[in-house]
Design a protein around this ligand. Structure first.
Ligand SMILES: Nc1ncnc2c1ncn2[C@@H]1O[C@H](COP(=O)(O)OP(=O)(O)O)[C@@H](O)[C@H]1O
Ligand SMILES: [Mg+2]
Length: 613
């Protein structure tokens, strides 16, 4: 296992790189993000349209209010003259209606957006989880768990925020700028021009803010993702961290990232501190100018007082959205970047894809012959640039137990992984009863081949739950029978809660050997046709191993098995031994044959016997 800090840095660096790439895209959504968004919104087309119409209605109603106030004010002289309250009453009723329409429409569109956002985020999270689970081990080896969590948490959060807070404000801000601006031009274009004079400084200020805040905001996103990545990976490897005394070094790294995150936040706060008062100042200056110029026009009888009041009321609605726009610009940008990263993950295809039309294996023979023939046919495989298996040819007849031995790094685990289809060969094929494993549906392959390794992952839950995974729906007596067959019943029954004992996080409450026994019981229950054990007994003490070995003899009857072990005592139960060297099979025969052949196996055996003495 590599030390967690290095892992963390790898994740941090990858995260940074990806951020730089998505950052360069700016606000524009890339094609795959757009495709994802269209796909997600597709089922809600009507809702989207309804929301848009409601926002327009709310904005128009909001526009009507100040206009009615102005008209009302201009009615006052007439009212004092004619003493007819009719027109005034109408205006007041219209005002009341506009206010009510605005309230109702706003309520509905906020609720609508909430519903839309909720559904989209729900679906996005579901898809991301399902997809991450299906992506190959090779993907997870490079995409660290911290980054997986960043996608699921902070990225989805920023998309969710976008819906909850920004989207409605964004659309209403644009609409109100257009509508209010248009309204002012229609009412009195002279005065509107005065307002427009405030635009150049505002535009300049907004462009500056947008540019700076985009940088600052992106930095805050990257920094928080880095903090998460470092956090997750330190605690994922907490055992190694403590045993290598990496705590203070990790604290330094974390401290740096945490400080960088705080700095980035401070920077974007400072920008806001300049921008908000700036816009407000310009807005207030515009109000002053309108009051002055409008007042003069009213004195000259070129304009009515009511229109001036309408203008002043509009002005307030005019500058506010500008602030919103700039503020939500960064939220929008961060949601776009998040969407881009998520769609990138969703675009990753499983490197071991399921066949479109799976072949099914022929029914295996009678109960005594449940094994399958395994064949490696000119298999070539390597990780990234190194070749591990140059050209592997191997046939294991149904029901045979083979032992695979060889030096560390010879490629034994790789062969086991190819058989369990964790990877696909670069060339050649792996066949079960003559059928390429790539032709089989995942479900049936997982049923046929079970791989047990040293890392016996247990899920939180009880011991019984963990054994039951081998055959979902198994009864308690079947579970106990499986545990008994493997020799695990004794220790489980001795636990205070027996089969209901909780195993703790990743089985942390059990010893490594106990976890191993449980995973054997799980495999026993699964009853696969082909069983692959990769150093699976290496964590057991000698007596337990002997127990397991006796059990193995029972389990393996009628099954095809590949046992990888460095304790040669395990090899004794094999019908046939293969010695692997640099990805090539250099010896192949029964244990007795190889022992007498004075080759690699017999020398391995000799040194092993020496080590026992
Ligand atoms: N996930 C991986 N990525 C890159 N190289 C790997 C990976 N797994 C194994 N290797 C390399 O492949 C070779 C064979 O490894 P492995 O099959 O695990 O050997 P064994 O199980 O015999 O010890 C080794 O050189 C190892 O460094
Ligand atoms: Mg190995």
């Amino acid at each position: 296992m590599s030390a967690p800090p290095a892992e963390a840095w790898r994740g941090v660096a990858a995260e940074q790189q990806e951020d730089e790439i998505t950052g360069k895209l700016g606000t524009l959504l890339r094609r795959r993000s757009r495709r994802l968004l269209t796909d997600l919104l597709g089922p809600y087309r009507r809702l989207v349209l309804a929301i848009f119409l409601l926002i327009v209605a709310a904005q128009l109603a909001a526009l009507a209010g100040p206009w009615l106030v102005g008209v009302g004010i201009d009615q006052i002289p007439q009212l004092t003259r004619t003493r007819n309250a009719g027109p005034m009453a109408l205006i007041i009723i219209a005002f009341a209606v506009s206010v009510l329409v605005q309230a109702a429409a706003t309520r509905s569109y906020i609720a609508g957006i909430g519903r839309l956002g909720g559904r989209v985020v729900l679906e996005l999270r579901r898809r991301l989880f399902a997809h991450f689970q299906r992506l190959p081990i090779a993907f997870h080896e490079s995409y660290t768990s911290g980054r997986v969590i960043s996608r699921q948490v902070s990225d989805i959060d920023s998309i969710s925020d976008m819906f909850d807070e920004s989207l409605a404000s964004l659309v209403s801000a644009v609409l109100s700028l257009l509508l209010v601006g248009g309204g002012m031009l229609l009412l009195d274009w002279h005065l509107a021009l005065v307002v427009m004079a405030g635009f150049p400084p505002l535009i300049w200020l907004s462009i500056w803010f947008r540019r700076e805040s985009a940088i600052a905001y992106r930095q805050t996103r990257t920094r928080i993702a880095q903090v998460i990545v470092q956090f997750v990976e330190t605690f994922g490897g907490i055992r190694a961290v403590q045993s290598f005394r990496r705590e203070s070094r990790n604290e330094d790294i974390f401290g740096e990232l945490n400080q960088a995150n705080a700095d980035a936040n401070l920077r974007s706060q400072r920008l806001l501190a300049v921008y908000f008062p700036g816009v407000t100042l310009v807005g207030n200056l515009a109000i002053g100018a309108v009051l002055l110029y409008g007042g003069l026009r009213v004195i000259d009888h070129q304009m009515q007082v009511g229109v001036l009041v309408t203008f002043l009321l509009y002005l307030q609605r005019f500058f506010e959205p500008l602030i919103d726009l700039s503020q939500f610009y960064s939220a929008f940008q961060s949601a776009a970047a998040a969407l881009e990263k998520i769609s990138g993950v969703l675009d990753e295809t499983p490197s071991v894809p399921e066949p479109e039309l799976p072949t099914s294996l022929p029914e295996a023979g009678g109960p005594a012959a449940r094994g399958r023939q395994v064949r490696f046919d000119h298999v070539r495989f390597g990780y990234r640039d190194s070749t591990v298996l140059p050209d592997l040819n191997l046939t294991i007849p149904a029901g045979q137990t083979i032992a695979l031995v060889g030096a560390t790094g010879a490629g034994k685990t790789t062969i086991a992984r190819l058989l369990a289809r964790i990877y696909d060969p670069l060339q050649g094929s792996v066949l079960l009863d003559g059928v390429d494993v790539r032709q089989l549906a995942d479900r049936s392959l997982r049923h046929e081949v079970v791989l047990i390794t040293q890392e016996n992952f247990l899920f939180s839950g009880s011991i019984a739950d963990n054994i039951e995974l081998g055959m979902p729906g198994a009864s308690r007596s079947e579970i106990i029978a499986a545990a008994a067959a493997i020799g695990a019943d004794a220790f489980i029954s001795a636990l205070p809660d027996g089969y209901d004992a909780q195993v703790g996080k990743s089985g942390g409450r059990l010893s490594a050997g106990q976890r191993q026994l449980i995973s054997f019981a799980r495999a026993f229950l699964a009853a696969p046709a082909v069983l692959v054990l990769d150093e699976a007994t290496s964590l057991l003490d000698i007596p337990s191993e002997r127990l397991v070995q006796d059990a193995l003899r029972t389990i393996l009857t009628g099954r095809t098995a590949m046992i990888i072990a460095h304790r040669l005592s395990t090899v004794a139960i094999a019908d046939r031994v293969l010695v692997l060297d640099h990805g090539r099979i250099i010896e192949d025969g029964s244990p007795e044959q190889l022992l007498s052949a004075a080759g690699e196996y017999s020398s391995l055996h000799a040194s092993w016997q020496e080590s026992l003495a």
